[in-house]
Design a protein around this ligand. Sequence first.
Ligand code: NAD
Length: 499
Amino acid sequence: MKSNLVVPSALCSFIRGQFIAPADQHTLPVIDPSTEQALSLLYEADAKEVDLAVKAARDSFESGVWSRQSTDKRQAVLLRVRDLIRQHAQELAGLECLNTGIPYQQLKNLHIPGAAFQFQYHSEAASQLKGELHQQRSGYQIQVSREPVGVAALISPWNGPINLSCTKLAAALAYGNSCVLKPSEFTPLAFKKLMEILNEAGIPDGVVNLVNGRGSITGAALAEHPEVDLVSFTGGCTSGKVVNAIAAQGMKRTTMELGGKSANIILDSADLDVALDGALAAIFMTNGQQCLAGSRILVQKSIAKDFIDKFVARTRALRIGDPFDPNTELGPLANQTHMNKVLGYVKVARDEGATLHCGGGRASGFERGFYIDPIVVSTSSNDMKICQEEVFGPFATFIEFDTLEEAITIANDSTFGLISYLWSNDLAAVTTAIREIRVGTIWVNTTLVGDPRAPFGGVKGSGTGREGGVGSVEFYTELKSVVIPTGGPAPVPKLGIPH
Ligand code: NAD
C-alpha cells in the first residue's frame, strides 16, 4: 500500500477550482511521524492568498451557482462525492496514514467511510428541510424559511484531518454555503486528493477553496476576514478562545469543538468484559489522540483491582508499530513536540504522587518515529493535573470511587464537558447518571459511536454549539421570516398626513 502512494511534492492553496502554483512563500515541511522524514512541502497561504480564497467563495455564493441550486441537484453532486471518497478510500487512508501515524486499518475502516457517510447523511437531511407557515394572525400569513448563511470558514485539527473536515464540509455544502477550508498545518497531505474528488464530483469552482498554513497566520487571516460569515472550529481550547474572540469581533456565528477530559465510569453492575474492551478502545484508538478519549477511568472500588490489572495487561500487549502494518494497534504520535508533551505528563504524574502501572518512555525497537509505550496510572485525587488537563495521547488515568453519586461528582469536576462513558446494567443508575452528568454526549455501554444525526459538541471548556443533525441545520442555515397580507392591501400606519 505505502509504496503505491503518489505523494504530492508541494501542497498549495486551491482557489476557484485551481491549485495555486508554488510562489515565494513561507514553507513548512510535512513530516511522516513514523520515520521523521519530510514527505512534502507546504506553501503557506498568507493574508493576501486567504483573501483570494474568501473572495472566490463569496463570488460563488453570490452567483447562486451552488447557493441557489436546487436541493436535488446539490444532493446528486454530494452523493457523487460520497461515491468518489469510497472509490478512493485506500489512497485517502494511505495518505492520511503517512502523515498522521494513525493505523491504516482505523483510517480505512472508520475515518474514511465516516467521511463518505457525512456527504450522504447531510445531503439527505437537506433534502428534507422544511419551512413554517403560520396562519393564526387574521389577514396575514407568516412564513419562516431557511437559507444558506454565506461563506463558511472551516478550521480543522490534525487528529482526524479528512474525517473531521468532511463533517464540516458536507453539512456546509448540503445547505448551500460556499467554503474555505483550513486543515492543520501538520496534516495537509490528503487534502489535495480531496479537492480533486470534490472537483470531479461537480462542485462548482469557487464553492470549496483550500488554504494551508499555520493557525496564527493562515487561520487567523481566515477567521477575521470580513467576508466570512461563520467559523466552524475544531481544535484546542487555547486557540479556540482566540478564534472565538476574533469571530465575535466580526459578528460571525461559530461552533467551537474543543478539548475533553472525559470520564469513563465503570460500575460493578456492568458487563465487565465489554467494559474492559470499551475502556481500552476509548483511550487508545487513534493513538490516544482523540478529543473524545475516555482518559479518566472511574472504576468502582469493589471491582477496581481486578479491572485495573486486566487493563494494564492488555495495555502492555498492545501492538505498537508501523501504522501501515495491519496488525498495528498503536502507531507513532503526531509530531515530536506533541510526543514530548505527552511524555512530560509522566513526570507530572510522578511528582503528583500517582502510581505508574506501565509505559512512559519511548517504545523500544524503533530507530526513528515518535513511538511511545502507552501509559496507565492510578491516582486518588481528581484535582491532579493528570485528571484536569487534556494530555491527548495514550495516557489512561484510573480513579476509584465507592458510590454512583461520588462518580458523578468526579465526572462533573472538570473544566471540560465533551463526552462521558458509562458502563452499567442497572437501569436506575444509568438514568440517574445520564441526567446528572454535564456533557454534550453520553455513551452508555458502548464506545466511540459517532453518528451524524446526533448533534456533537461540548459544554463548559469543551466548546459551544453543535454540529450534526439539527445542530448542523441551525448552524449552517439562516432563518428568514416573511410577513404577507392575505386579503388585499393591509392597513398601514399613515404618517405625515395633515389633520
Ligand atoms: P489546535 O487548536 O492547535 O489547531 C486546530 C486548528 O486551528 C489548526 O488548523 C490550526 O492551524 C488552527 N489554529 C490554531 N490557532 C489558530 C488561530 N489563532 N486562528 C485560527 N486558526 C488557528 O488544535 P490541534 O492541536 O490541531 O488539535 C488537537 C485539539 O483539538 C485537542 O485539544 C482536541 O481535543 C481537539 N479536538 C476536538 C474535537 C471536538 O470535536 N471537540 C475533535 C478533534 C480534536
